[in-house]
Design a protein around this ligand. Structure first.
Ligand code: ATP
Ligand code: MG
Length: 560
């Protein structure tokens, strides 16, 4: 199979991060690999984060090192414990565990001390300019910035003002602490980057202790350094930040963590910005963060994805240095591959056509033995009830079929999976000519795969016994966006206009009775139909099943 080949090839040739790590281990510059996954707790993790998790935890594991979980909680306004909890749950679900659980806020005291040190070294100053003035005076790539009138404050004055900022003497936005680097630097980030801003807001961990909060560029590298992170792995958009990352570490003379960048994961028909996903949740465009149409990890779990399928996907797309967009079909391919191995088989009819077996005793029920998983003998068998009235899929019957149609047709015979051969004797229609039911006869000698005269039929179809069938709401999911690139919009429209109105279709299905007992989130294969799992909305009185993925492998076909 294509996927296995890719995995094996990749195991032989190292990706660029593995090369970097092996080199640093070989030349002795690093003794033990230490990585971290650094989410900002301002939303739920998505499939892009899953890739970052697999890389950071995966590399630490592969090279006998450690990976920390560090919450980048430097913006009190957007962050929440709800998100912290969901992030931990999702990482565990993916099958990883962290060495240390840390928060950037754990380091607020240390970061403050270091800021004081930079002021003393003449490398930081308090600026009274407004946000807009700072922006205006930054210049452009071709025009150097204008130094702030406050740039040359004395060390004493800066120390005094910075301490009073911390004490809460000044309102939000009235002052910032900036690094004093170079207002004409070609890298705009070096034009006296802001280190601290004043935000009088309660923080989910430090409460009201602080009213000044460090910026990402000042907090991230120093937090890495405190944890002795050897390989600080992040996405490509941070590559322009790397020199600044190094600058702070050098200026402070602390543990030299290094940053490495890889391409972020982009998927067709999918958006991965937490800000926009939050908007969909807040506006009710989806049922919540875990709506099965969302690209979040909790949504994939609710939809019936397995942790292994997500890990395999991360492995399959690999680690690239250049941005690209991955076909959503690859993710579906991975879950299909895994579920084919692990999911039990069941029978369910989603678009029913009633079949009456006219020569079968109306009072009788028989039970046929059905194999739970042909890929795994240990999964055993179960009993499926059979009676005079059945449902089959409407598509499995054709009144005027083309030549190669081997399923049920007038006068034709078909095998009912695990059960008898039946023959269609009569097609019943309503006044408008719609087919309402079929009258068939069965061959009593043909149970469980054999027939009385040894004849073989080509078609095998699934079915459920009508009186035993359990009704369920079935939710069929389609991509959340109609465009491959949801940002591909016409003038005057927004990405939200690309939301797919048919992203969720609810239908009624008829299930074999054993499907009552499937645990929430565990996918089973409805034979010949697809993979489905009970949704969190499911109750004993109202079963709800999600379609995890269809059975057909469109991606593999495209990539043959
Ligand atoms: P978003 O833009 O979706 O809000 P983010 O980058 O702000 O994402 P963080 O919580 O800061 O989210 O991300 C934590 C880690 O996950 C970072 O190291 C980030 O680089 C990585 N990451 C985020 N999105 C992706 C992605 N699409 N592919 C790979 N890694 C990602
Ligand atoms: Mg971020």
């Amino acid at each position: 199979m294509a996927a296995t080949e890719t995995t094996e090839t990749r195991e032989k040739s190292l990706n660029f991060l593995e090369e970097i790590i092996e080199k640093s281990l070989a030349d002795g510059s690093v003794k033990e690999i230490q990585t971290r996954f650094p989410p900002e707790p301002n939303g739920y993790l998505h499939i892009g984060h899953a890739k970052s998790i697999c890389i950071n935890f995966g590399l630490a594991k592969k090279y006998g090192g450690k990976c920390n979980l560090r919450f980048d909680d430097t913006n009190p306004v957007k962050e929440d414990v709800e998100y912290v909890d969901s992030i931990k749950r999702d990482i565990h679900w993916l099958g990883f565990d962290w060495a240390l659980e840390r928060y950037a806020s754990d380091y607020f005291d240390q970061l403050y001390e270091w800021a004081v040190l930079l002021i003393k070294k003449g490398l930081a100053y308090v600026d009274d300019q407004t946000q807009e003035q700072i922006r205006e005076n930054r210049g452009t790539v071709s025009v150097p910035g204008t130094p702030s009138p406050w740039r040359d404050r004395s060390v004493e004055e800066n120390l005094d003002l910075f301490e009073r900022m911390k004490r809460g003497e000044f309102p939000d936005g009235s002052k910032v602490l900036r690094a004093k680097i170079d207002m004409a630097h070609p890298n705009m980030l070096f034009r006296d980057p802001i280190m601290y801003r004043i935000i009088h807001a309660e923080h989910h961990r430090t409460g009201n202790k602080w009213c000044i909060y460090p910026m990402y560029d000042y907090a991230h590298g120093q937090s890495d350094s405190i944890e002795h992170i050897t390989h600080s792995i992040c996405t490509l958009e941070f590559d322009v930040h790397r020199p600044l990352y190094d600058w702070f570490i050098q200026a402070l003379g602390i543990f030299p963590s290094h940053q490495y960048e890889f391409a972020r994961l982009n998927l067709t028909y999918t958006l991965m910005s937490k800000r926009r996903l939050l908007k969909l949740v807040q506006e009710g465009a989806v049922m919540g963060w875990d709506d099965p149409r969302m690209p979040t990890i909790c949504a994939l779990r609710r939809k019936g994805y397995t942790p292994a399928s997500v890990r395999n996907f991360a492995e399959m797309v690999g680690v690239a240095k250049r941005d690209n967009v991955i076909d959503l079909g690859k993710l579906e391919y991975c879950v299909r591959e895994d579920l084919n191995k692990v999911a039990e088989r069941r029978m369910a009819v989603l678009n029913p056509l009633k079949v009456v077996i006219t020569n079968y005793d109306a009072a009788k029920t028989e039970y046929f033995k059905a194999v739970n998983n042909p890929e795994n003998e240990a999964a055993g068998t179960r009993e499926v009830p059979f009676s005079r009235e059945l449902y089959i899929e409407r598509d499995d019957f054709m009144e005027n079929p083309p030549k190669k149609f081997f399923r049920l047709q007038p006068g034709g015979e078909v095998r009912l999976r695990y059960s008898y051969l039946i023959k269609c004797e009569e097609v019943i229609k309503d006044a408008e000519g719609n087919i309402t039911e079929l009258h068939c006869t069965y061959d009593p000698m043909s149970g469980e795969g054999s027939s009385s005269d040894g004849r073989r039929v080509k078609g095998v179809i699934h079915w459920v016994s009508a009186p035993h069938a359990v009704e369920a709401e079935i939710r069929l999911f389609n991509p959340l966006f109609t465009k491959e690139n949801p940002d591909d919009v016409e003038e005057g429209k927004t990405w939200e206009d690309n939301l797919n109105p048919d992203s969720m279709v609810k239908i009624k299905g008829y299930l074999e009775p054993s499907l009552r007992d499937v645990p929430v989130g565990q996918a089973v294969q409805f034979e010949r139909v697809g993979y489905f799992c009970p949704d969190t909305d499911s109750t004993p009185d109202h079963l709800v099943f999600n379609r995890t993925v269809t059975l057909k492998d469109s991606w593999a076909k495209i990539n043959k």
